[in-house]
Write a protein that binds this ligand. Structure first.
Ligand code: AHM
Ligand code: MG
Length: 365
């Protein structure tokens, strides 16, 4: 972990990354990936903005259903390809897993459990996991959406867990590649999200604090607007799909009811804010303080959000900003995914309020 980064607001993301690379040569290669992320997020921002024009080729549905049974929008597919292509040409990425890919793939597009010929060249030392356009069902109504990205190191010694594949059908290399996409959040070396809203924001961590960049459209660059942000420790906003409350676990229901009434730890009567777009809801939570979550309910027993490319990268950012992220019973960052699209119950945000949830779960045990 490095300790020197540029804190001067107004510097571009490119310059910020150049300085990180000079001061911390051991992580210089990651900064190359951020060059690709920078470009891809600007391109996605433009696509989202133009997507509702009658002439737009990105309107509507692709006609495919992804492996999770969701209708893919044209925008889901296009933004997935865009990110893949951007990352491919960095020469630093070996495999990736995406909400919009049934299985992890190498950069030529071979599914890792489906090919004897996975190509991972020398120097391709990173693994990327991403949700290219989270909240895409909101796009038609002009509601914010976002891109979420996590970066792991490719580890040749990554322990192979044959539980997640069929040993008979799988070469060692295939299993190895799959195992590399199933690392816990604690192994993340970088995380970022991009929020497409009234402004386009790119928020990132390299494990040393959280940095907010805002896209300055007049020069086409992300510029550092908020260095090293910290989430307020106390809060009075919660952000859940409250229509599910009656179906949540008992401890979760209890705490949220207290917050409504002003009888929780802080004594504050909470307000409710929920966009239904994780990136937007988490961004507000980071800046204003609050608690965002998608708890387990009787219908969705593991909640709705995916551990690998939604839960873990956003938890890394939340913790780096001084917040907490829990399933209620465990730290989200320590959960090891068993399969790529695994879901996880999730509550994250201001320290004292999230701790109240953790304590309530502990008491109910
Ligand atoms: P998606 O990945 O299919 O877009 O779904 C994830 C989104 C999150 O952005 C948001 O927090 C959640 O789904 C909202 O779900 P709900 O509509 O059930 O409240
Ligand atoms: Mg998503």
């Amino acid at each position: 972990v490095f300790d020197e980064v540029c804190e001067t607001t107004g510097v571009t993301l490119t310059r910020f990354m150049n300085e990180v690379a000079i001061l911390n040569p051991e992580i210089a290669e990651i900064t190359t990936l951020f060059g690709a992320i920078d470009t891809a997020c600007k391109a996605i921002s433009n696509l989202v903005k133009r997507s509702q024009l009658p002439s737009s080729e990105t309107l509507g549905y692709q006609g495919n259903v992804n492996v999770q049974g969701e209708d893919q929008k044209k925008l889901d597919v296009i933004t997935n390809d865009l990110l893949k292509r951007a990352l491919r040409f960095t020469g630093r990425l070996g495999i990736l897993a995406s909400e919009e890919e049934d299985e992890p793939v190498d950069l030529i597009g071979n599914a890792v459990t489906d090919s004897e010929e996975i190509v991972i060249d020398e120097g391709e030392k990173y693994v990327a996991v991403f949700d290219p356009l989270d909240g895409s069902s909101n796009v038609d109504a002009g509601i914010p959406t976002g891109t979420i990205i996590g970066i792991y190191e490719h580890d040749d010694c990554c322990e192979i867990d044959y539980d997640c594949v069929d040993e008979e059908d799988c070469t060692e290399q295939e299993a190895q590649c799959l195992a590399n996409t199933l690392q816990p959040g604690t192994n993340l070396v970088a995380s970022a999200y991009c929020l497409y809203s009234s402004s386009t924001f790119l928020v990132l961590t390299l494990g040393n604090g959280v940095y907010v960049f805002t896209l300055d459209e007049t020069i086409g660059e992300f510029v550092l607007s908020k260095p090293n942000i910290k989430i307020p420790e106390d809060c009075k906003i919660y952000s859940f799909n409250e229509a599910n409350l009656e179906k949540w676990d008992e401890p979760m229901q209890k705490v949220v009811k207290r917050w409504r009434e002003g009888t929780g730890k802080s004594g504050e009567r909470f307000s409710s804010r929920y966009i239904g777009s994780m990136v937007g809801d988490v961004h507000r939570t980071l800046l204003y303080g609050g608690v965002f979550g998608y708890p387990a309910d009787t219908k969705n027993t593991n909640g709705k959000l995916r551990l690998l490319y939604e839960g873990a990268p956003m938890s890394f950012i939340m913790e780096q900003a001084g917040g907490l992220s829990t399933t209620g019973k465990r730290r989200v960052m320590e959960c090891v995914p068993e399969y790529v699209h695994q879901r996880i119950p999730l509550v994250m945000g201001s320290k004292n309020a999230v701790q109240e949830v953790i304590d309530e779960y502990a008491e109910s045990d």
